[in-house]
Write a protein that binds this ligand. Sequence first.
Ligand SMILES: *Cc1c(COP(=O)(O)O)cnc(C)c1O
Length: 397
Amino acid sequence: MIAGTVVEEVVRRLSDMHADAERPVLLHAPSIPATGWDYLKDCLDTGWISSAGSYVTRIEEDLAELTGAARAIATVNGTAALQVALTLAGVQPGDEVLIPSLTFVATANAVSHCGAIPHLVDVDASRLGVDPSRLDDHLRSTLNQTAVGPVNTVTGRPIRVLCVMHCLGHPVDLDGVVDVCQRHNLILVEDAAESLGSWYRDRHTGNHGVISALSFNGNKIISTGGGGAILTSDESLADRAKHLTTTGKVAHPWEFIHDEVAWNYRMPNINAALGCAQLGSLPHLLKAKRGLAERYQQVFADCEGVTFLAEPGDARSNYWLNALVLDTDLADQRDTLLKTLNEGGIQTRALWRPMHQLPMYADCPRADLSVTDDVCRRVINIPSSAHLSPIWSNQAL
Ligand SMILES: *Cc1c(COP(=O)(O)O)cnc(C)c1O
């Protein structure tokens, strides 16, 4: 099919599908249940609005139960959660940390905030997450196993940690990744910011390495306004995470004693209250988002030139952001398509500019990134709010 026709066809199908939705059709709007009002009012009535309070404890307990992690520690945002997770996984200033180049900039920034340097690796085209076999190939020629652990043969810097990211909610090949970590003596951290409600085989994402980070930013599946959380099943790391994110304060009924340099990365109670309200309706949100993804899959099944990005066969995705992948010969039509859709009130976005194409990370050590270079030109995100789903129900919230 000729390029212009594909653009028209995609625009037509998306416009028809969302014909009844209010314009603009947003990429991802939060769905906040009525209990949100009650919980917020409770915060205001009781004066518990800040960094301590029952909703902080409750969201931590709810998250642990939901994900199967032994412990969850609520934080002010996902970037802070990831910075602390990386620190507790053992990242030290001057290290290199393996991360996908295809990620939201927060992954690389969290590494930088540890005083470490991102070492960028490639993804696979079907999951958009770190590709274990390409990673293995790269590490075979890059890592030198020394008495102090793995070291980059070229730069001489230690590489202790691999941080994977579950892109758009689709879990990476975790069996493969865990295997590579064992083979090369690496510690696994998961940037699970986008994957609350996503499962790899029978385990929730964020439970496959030593520690992981979630985000509750405005556009995530659940939003506390701003917020995040650390997940771990290692009790001593969990205690350290709580201590490091709460100013290093030693428990005492009236004295202020702090025993190390730490951060104020706590999630305020009013933000936690919003999160608790939404976590209660997460099962319905996940069902609705799956229904929306299925609808997209049907609508684009026979659309020449584009493919709907479906979840991997070994995983259950939260379908945080739905995506269409343009055929290679249509990559140069992406911007025309995005312009037409956005001007027509259907909010759509390109994938992130990969890290190695950003000025501050352009000189980072890296593997071959040809898949990243290819897919980031061809993937677009399409409206993904749960309320757009054919099975959405306000009552079920
Ligand atoms: C959203 C996100 C984060 C964390 O973002 P915050 O805005 O700091 O909560 C980290 N990594 C990825 C991949 C994300 O999408």
